[in-house]
Write a protein that binds this ligand. Sequence first.
Ligand SMILES: NC(=O)c1ccc[n+]([C@@H]2O[C@H](COP(=O)([O-])OP(=O)(O)OC[C@H]3O[C@@H](n4cnc5c(N)ncnc54)[C@H](O)[C@@H]3O)[C@@H](O)[C@H]2O)c1
Length: 310
Amino acid sequence: MAEIICSESQAKNLKGKVVVLTGGAQGIGAATVRLLHSFGAHVYFGDWSVENGHKLQESLSSSSSASGGTVSFRQVDVRNHDMQLALFDDAYNAHGRVDVAIQCAGIGEPDGWFEPEDLNLETVRKEPKPIQQNIEVNLTSVLYFSRIALAYLKGKEGDKQVDGFSKSIVLTSSIAGITEAPGLFAYSSAKHGVIGTMRALRPFAPQKYGVRANAICPWATDTQLLAGVKGQWVEEKMPLNTPEDVGRMILQCAVDGSLNGKAVLVAGGRGYDTEEGIDRCLPQWMGEELSRQFLKGQEILGLGGNWVKK
Ligand SMILES: NC(=O)c1ccc[n+]([C@@H]2O[C@H](COP(=O)([O-])OP(=O)(O)OC[C@H]3O[C@@H](n4cnc5c(N)ncnc54)[C@H](O)[C@@H]3O)[C@@H](O)[C@H]2O)c1
């Protein structure tokens, strides 16, 4: 089991770092903004909710951060490429660099697609509710975010960089991105896609951009997204994260230069890298000979296989 331990002393390295975050107006994103601010980071967060975004910005700006953290909010619809770009511009224009990029925005499952009580030979003839918007928020926007983040984290020659700080992208998937998730068809498809984005980045971004990439996969976390099942969850004494638990795991991925290519399952406040087991057991599930050929194939394809333990 590859547990990821959060280190307060490493988190202190966030002081003075420039962080861009989407989906920061409430829930996990807002908890992460608060933590970043408390460690003295300069946080530029975007969200569709203007009311919650401004409220959080005002509450943090009025509470003096002993560590010197600052917060800036901009309304962003993550489906809109230029709005995401403008958020990164805010940070880059003010500080001349971006150090960490965190994607948190997400939405739940649309209804009217797979419910067995509603789906039959008659109803299937009618086109279902559009699903594109959901996929756009939960997956397409993550690809926009990752591409824009790479460019800004890399910056340009002559930009003032912070010595010894390992820049990174942290994406937010879900337990529904690594296992089956009953009833979550569009959500789970998109969240598996986020893991795909992280896996595509992990051999490539460190080599080509000097940027690490990790994904956070929360299990049940106490935000409005869980409202429908929270009662039974608590009654059954199931592991429940606070939004801060997940935020701390996001911070750990941001500050620990040894973490790249992890998918961190967060459950009951603890974090476990699920990729380590998949990679380590490659010869078992793929077979000895095919796994050898596969790793050689990865080298031929230019991926180096350097993120898989041999
Ligand atoms: N709560 C959980 O149990 C749980 C579990 C697994 C994964 N997650 C993931 O964690 C992330 C945060 O979720 P949360 O539980 O804090 O939910 P939340 O609803 O409290 O917060 C999500 C935030 O994203 C913002 N957002 C939604 N659509 C947007 C858009 N188009 N543009 C900009 N902002 C947008 C919302 O306004 C909100 O502030 C999501 O990606 C979610 O899928 C949550």
